[in-house]
Design a protein around this ligand. Structure first.
Ligand SMILES: N[C@@H](CCC(=O)N[C@@H](CS)C(=O)NCC(=O)O)C(=O)O
Length: 250
């Protein structure tokens, strides 16, 4: 694996991710999660956009003061430990536990319904077309996504069952969020980075699939996405490609 090193000063995180998304800052929810965390924790960072994967074969990943850390969750834990950050210090153990459970539901369950929706079910290949993915590459991506979701288990269900699971997950987040501003109250917590990464990706980048119509049934989830965007991404328009019509400038 070739690691592109960037000449940055000490204490600046180098965030490796796969490029800006058309309507949100990345097509991968894990990258939105990690970049939102860096912003929430006010840690200086620079992006490196390339298809260089971590040693675990995934994106995103970071370099920090000469160390290479794969996996968004381990990146966050590493930075929290090094910098003495605790974004959840004002919350109780019970609240932290609930926040983690929602985060893991989205990352380990809902994610795979989104993967199948975007990369496998869509007969119009809308995401592929929006991204201008060459036809052969598109077929290979679709094949790999099917294999991975089958290995996970979600891919063994019918599409109706997968959308049913996704709906139950979305309803659970919506019911729990209620009329709060952020997951646990008026103040954002660390898990909001992940919730925003996943719900936001579905809200802005479902390319007209059933995910988009279902998520838009939950007004509080849509408002939540807009609120997180306003709070942590004032430069949003510079971080998206506006449907691949222009280069993102940030
Ligand atoms: N647990 C990882 C998951 C990251 C992940 O699944 N990334 C996807 C993109 S959304 C990926 O790299 N997939 C490539 C592959 O699995 O081959 C994290 O939190 O960073």
């Amino acid at each position: 694996m070739e690691i592109k090193r960037k000449d940055t000063g000490p204490d600046t995180v180098i965030l490796h991710q796969i490029g800006r998304g058309p309507y949100a800052p990345s097509l991968t929810p894990y990258a939105i999660k990690l970049e939102t965390y860096l912003r929430m924790a006010k840690i200086p960072y620079e992006n490196v956009h390339s298809f260089t994967y971590s040693k675990k074969g995934k994106v995103p990943w970071i370099e920090y003061n000469g160390e290479t850390i794969p996996d968004s969750e381990f990146c966050i834990e590493h930075l929290n430990n090094k910098l003495g950050i605790d974004l959840d210090k004002d919350f109780t153990a019970k609240e932290r536990g609930i926040a983690r459970a929602f985060q893991k539901m989205l990352e380990e369950s809902t994610y795979w319904s989104f993967v199948l929706d975007r990369w496998s079910y869509d007969k119009d290949w809308a995401a592929f077309k929006a991204m201008k993915v060459p036809t052969l590459t598109g077929y290979l991506i679709r094949r790999d996504m099917k294999k991975m979701s089958y290995a996970h288990g979600m891919g063994r269900h019918s599409s109706d069952e997968v959308y049913h699971i996704m709906e139950l997950d979305l309803k659970a987040v919506s019911d729990f969020l209620g009329n709060r501003k952020f997951l646990l109250g008026d103040k954002p917590c660390q898990a909001d980075c992940s919730v925003f990464g996943f719900i936001g990706n579905a809200y802005w980048q479902s390319f007209g699939s059933p995910v988009e119509s279902r998520i838009k049934e939950y007004r509080n989830l849509c408002d939540y996405c807009e609120r997180m965007k306003e709070t942590f991404w004032p430069d949003w328009d510079e971080c998206i490609t506006h449907g691949y019509t222009k280069e993102a400038t940030k």
